[in-house]
Ligand binder design. Structure first.
Ligand SMILES: Cc1cc2nc3c(=O)[nH]c(=O)nc-3n(C[C@H](O)[C@H](O)[C@H](O)COP(=O)(O)OP(=O)(O)OC[C@H]3O[C@@H](n4cnc5c(N)ncnc54)[C@H](O)[C@@H]3O)c2cc1C
Length: 451
């Protein structure tokens, strides 16, 4: 194999989009992926007639370049889906974002104390604090009853250690539709009392789950002459005078690429560069992909569970994303349990299955224990960068270790330590391809996030 212009680590949305772009400009690209499958966090799983994604997935962007790219890859193989999600609070299901019917179903005491919170609104004392931000926007009652327990269960660190960017990003992600005002409790109440009908649409592949996007783009990368090496990784990196000069792969190949574009785990990169790993932490997720022998009791695409009485943080109902995800009359549930690689349930996730199944019945999502069919457990590494109070300084250390090497670049959600959506990874990849080929400037992540 000849030395590629671009050696790309990671066959996720970012790595594949980047390779696709540079190949389109007649440069050579080789993608190296540690898994036996393309797609990274945007892959799908197939078990017989059931399809599952890595948690709930939808495409939504207002950026014309990203949309054009998306359509150029998917062509007609997409459907347009309405959005529906819910939150389980006080033993009941409420639509999320809350609507006017939900307001009157909240327990009386909660209504009263949330109402008092509205009167006591104050500016956050610490601009960087998740706790301060969430309290000042939603009030102490909702913070204590939902945001704190949900976030601590999800992130596995105390809320007091979480950066405000986690709240800003997370709430944007959960809401998406800018017409639904939920930036504060005040906005929520106003939206609740004066509801504007909101009908958010998003794109989804018409077969094969969300992962079809990556499968198709990987096919086009190969058609354009690019290569994707699965089950492979970087074994060593040799640098000289501010450049990466040689990269050895796990399969023994030695390459001298023009550029090394890294969309993988940053701690692994630090070790390869012989540097102290930066103090960043990635959360990982255990997925329990469950076949259910009949329809479930909630018709929502996904549901948040904040309660401490269950290990589940979110469940998606796959066939609510697209009919073809489960056979007719059956349902698919993707249950997410977050944690750290190698810790807690990671070593023996199957042991949790009985508890999760009992919870799904108790939480009135599945009608009876006898409805459960096959359960497929998948461990997904590096699903979320943890935004703790020091995360910006920690990422600065990581990017500082790369800066001395002019032909080494960080890309995407995992590589740029970025709590983002797939459209942001695409945008960054397209910009980086232009930047490296034509010298156009790259926008900061904050600007890309507004896309
Ligand atoms: C539960 C969940 C729900 C989400 N929901 C949505 C949604 O609704 N809509 C949306 O648009 N986005 C959503 N996202 C975000 C979306 O999945 C990501 O933004 C996108 O998939 C990131 O792509 P990436 O290529 O930047 O990173 P990744 O997908 O992380 O790709 C990195 C790749 O590098 C590989 N790799 C890592 N280290 C190495 C190494 N050392 N050697 C070789 N390979 C390596 C990994 O295996 C992986 O394939 C969600 C994410 C999660 C986790």
């Amino acid at each position: 194999m000849s030395d590629p212009d671009f050696l790309v680590v990671g066959a996720g949305v970012a790595g594949l989009s980047f390779a696709h772009s540079v190949l389109g400009e007649k440069r050579s690209a080789l993608v190296v992926e540690r898994n036996d499958h393309v797609g990274g966090l945007a892959r799908s799983y197939r078990y017989g007639d059931f399809w599952f994604d890595v948690g709930p997935k939808r495409f939504h962007t207002e950026d014309q370049e990203v949309l054009d790219f998306l359509f150029s890859v998917l062509g007609d193989d997409h459907i347009v889906v309405g959005r529906s999600s819910a939150v389980h609070l006080f033993g009941r299901y409420f639509p999320w974002p809350l609507d006017h019917r939900a307001l009157f179903r909240l327990p009386f005491k909660v209504m009263v104390s949330s109402g008092l919170d509205l009167l006591r609104r104050s500016a956050p004392k610490d601009e960087n604090s998740f706790t301060e931000y969430t309290r000042s926007r939603y009030g102490d009652t909702l913070y204590r009853l939902f945001f704190k327990p949900y976030t601590e269960k999800f992130l596995q660190i105390p809320c007091e250690d979480v950066h405000v960017d986690w709240a800003k990003t997370g709430i944007n992600r959960a809401v998406i539709d800018k017409r639904v005002k939920s930036e504060s409790l005040f906005d929520l109440v106003r939206t609740v009392l004066l509801p504007t009908p909101v009908d958010t649409k998003f794109l989804y592949p018409s077969y094969g789950g969300f992962g079809t996007f990556c499968e198709k783009i990987a096919g086009q990368v190969r058609e354009r002459g690019g290569d994707i090496l699965l089950d492979n990784t970087v074994r060593s990196i040799e640098t000289d005078g501010g450049k990466v000069v040689e990269v050895a792969l796990a399969d023994g190949r030695r390459l001298r690429p023009g550029h090394l574009v890294w969309s993988g785990n940053l701690k692994a990169l630090a070790r390869l560069l012989g540097k102290e790993p930066p103090p960043i932490r990635y959360l990982s997720t255990i997925l329990y992909n469950m076949e259910i022998d009949r329809d479930v009791l909630q018709q929502q695409q996904w549901i948040y569970y904040g309660g401490q009485d269950t290990v589940l943080s979110r469940v998606s109902v796959t066939n609510e994303m697209a009919d073809y995800m489960a056979p007719k009359g059956k349902a698919g549930l993707c249950v997410e349990v977050t944690g750290f690689e190698g810790k807690g349930h990671w070593g023996n996730p199957e042991a949790l299955i009985p508890e999760i199944q009992a919870d799904l019945v108790r939480l009135k999502l599945v009608s009876s224990q006898s409805d459960f069919g096959g359960v497929h457990v998948e461990r997904v590494r590096d699903t979320y960068p943890i935004y703790d109070l020091d995360y910006k300084e920690s990422f600065a250390k990581a990017s500082g270790m790369v800066k001395p090497f002019e032909n080494l670049k960080l890309l995407g959600r995992t590589g740029a330590y970025w709590y983002n959506n797939s459209d942001h990874s695409m945008k960054m990849a397209l910009q980086m391809a232009r930047h490296l080929l034509k010298g156009t400037p790259m926008e900061a992540k904050e600007a890309l996030f507004r896309v």
